[in-house]
Ligand binder design. Structure first.
Ligand SMILES: [Zn+2]
Length: 118
């Protein structure tokens, strides 16, 4: 995570990734840290938990505690508001991606005109 764009998008992408999994099934913090790191987001607990708490405070996630082999574990799941916002963000990203790809198609066509060996 170094580029300017990535820094700007980081929080939003992580939130979307979290909501996406919360919609599928409840998760706990350590699981999410591993999941995000598999996608190249290496977060510390000190970064993830404030994000989870703020998503909960904003009403997009809700949490509950469960006793797992004698240890209390806090699980997070998505709310109706969270589902709505995830869908809206998804629609927006789809539209944006479509537009970005349109630009790529145009660029490729231009390049093909310049170079014939590709
Ligand atoms: Zn994932």
């Amino acid at each position: 995570m170094k580029s300017i764009i990535q820094k700007r998008l980081f929080q939003g992408f992580v939130c979307l990734h979290i909501l996406h999994h919360a919609e599928k099934e409840p998760f706990y913090g350590t699981w999410m840290l591993e999941e995000l790191s598999e996608h190249g987001h290496r977060l510390s607990p000190g970064t993830l938990y404030p994000i989870l708490h703020s998503l909960e405070k904003d009403g997009l996630l809700t949490s509950f505690e469960e006793n797992v082999e004698g240890k209390i574990r806090r699980y997070y799941r998505i709310t109706e508001q969270g589902k709505k916002e995830l869908q809206e963000a998804h629609d927006y990203l789809k539209e944006l991606t479509r537009e970005l790809e349109e630009k790529n198609v145009n660029n490729n066509e231009e390049r093909e005109g310049e170079k014939s060996d590709e």
